[in-house]
Design a protein around this ligand. Structure first.
Ligand SMILES: [Zn+2]
Length: 358
């Protein structure tokens, strides 16, 4: 398989330079990074010409591994709004990351819609260096998935390929079937396309599933904040080398692991292994790690401010630790199996009000 080709739609030189540095640092020698020119003129309002230029950039010489798209491209000399680029990327199953510097008032609602998106949305207001880090991880992840799918024969077996990519511990409850069944889009793929295209569609679908659902909504796999909440330690403690080493056997090593994630069942195994024979209750991860590392470890703190001494959750709206007393689990908004996710009560009430449910 050819080297990854990362394409960037960013109209401002200054922003592109800030993206390119950290991107190149992570992808040097591994991937090609190309920027869309955006300098040509559309004649007589003929947008079709611009559509052709964007399409060619995304598909030639080979379909892009990842398209990174700024939401505001008004400094280009021809019209190329984000929706227009995303429509082509969507039609051709080119993985897309979109970002915006402006924070809008409804961004919490947008967080909730993440798992329905065909694309990866970066939290509005994120700085360009952080965007680049997320994009590099996304590019490597999509490339890895594409290679795995391409290597799995004429008709890849979907769930086997997913399992193979994620490499779950044997006791991890991964109900992958729920994702495959009812995905109309996916069922139509193999029929509708030529073989090469079909594999790209399957790989892109898998990438979004892993990024936007399995990793974004912690259940069997916990992201950094969810892991800290589960272990009852402050998220910043997960940066400490001694804690990283202690938790290494539980580390998630599948696609998009750049920001750190851990298998919950493997964390349970680490905790269980440290128990005294006489122990009557299972201690928190916090207690176990303090004993194991013989040092004080900062406790987790609920979004509400109180220090916690219990397993807590990820609030998917605030991206913060939240305890069971200050949060809700609205079924409609949290995917099945994502049982380490909740929504802070105040945010939940505000959302219900906004949606007219109060
Ligand atoms: Zn609380």
């Amino acid at each position: 398989m050819a080297n990854p080709r990362i394409v960037v739609f960013e109209d401002l030189d200054k922003n592109f330079e800030q993206l390119k540095g950290p991107l190149a640092a992570r992808l040097e020698g591994v991937a090609e990074i190309v920027r869309y020119e955006g300098e040509r003129e559309v004649k007589d309002g003929n947008w079709a010409a611009a559509e052709g230029w964007v399409r060619e950039f995304l598909m030639v010489p080979a379909p892009a591994t990842l398209a990174i798209v700024d939401s505001d491209l008004t400094a280009f000399s021809h019209p190329a709004p984000q929706q227009f680029i995303r429509a082509i990327a969507d039609e051709q199953a080119i993985p897309t990351v979109h970002y915006q510097s402006k924070v809008e008032s409804d961004h919490k609602i947008k967080r909730l819609r993440r798992w329905q998106e065909k694309g990866i949305g970066i939290e509005p207001g994120t700085d360009h260096a952080t965007i680049a880090v997320i994009c590099a991880d996304a590019a490597l992840g999509f490339h890895r998935i594409a290679e795995k799918v391409a290597g799995s024969g004429e008709t890849p077996r979907l769930l086997d390929t997913l399992r193979n990519l994620l490499q779950p511990p044997s006791d991890a409850p991964l109900h992958l079937e729920q994702f495959a069944i009812g995905s109309q889009e996916l069922l139509g793929v193999i029929d509708a396309r030529g073989k090469g295209d079909a594999l790209r569609f399957v790989a892109t679908w898998m990438g979004y599933l892993i990024f936007n659902r399995i990793l974004a909504f912690p259940g069997p796999i916990l992201n950094k904040v969810a892991t800290a909440a589960y272990l009852s330690i402050a998220p910043v403690e997960l940066e400490s080398p001694d804690i990283q080493e202690a938790l290494l056997p539980a580390r998630y090593a599948g696609p998009f692991n750049g920001s750190g994630a851990w298998w919950r069942s493997a964390l349970d195994t680490i905790i269980a292994a440290s128990l005294d024979k006489e122990a009557r209750t299972v201690p928190t991860g916090h207690v176990v790690l303090e004993k194991l590392l013989t040092r004080k470890i900062k406790a987790s703190r609920c979004h509400d401010g109180e220090e916690l001494d219990e397993e807590a959750y990820l609030c998917i709206l605030t991206n913060d630790v939240v305890c069971s007393r200050h949060s809700d689990t609205p079924e409609a908004w949290i995917p099945q199996g994502a049982d380490r996710c909740r929504i802070h009560t105040d945010d939940f009430e505000a959302l219900k009000g906004w949606l007219g449910m109060l």
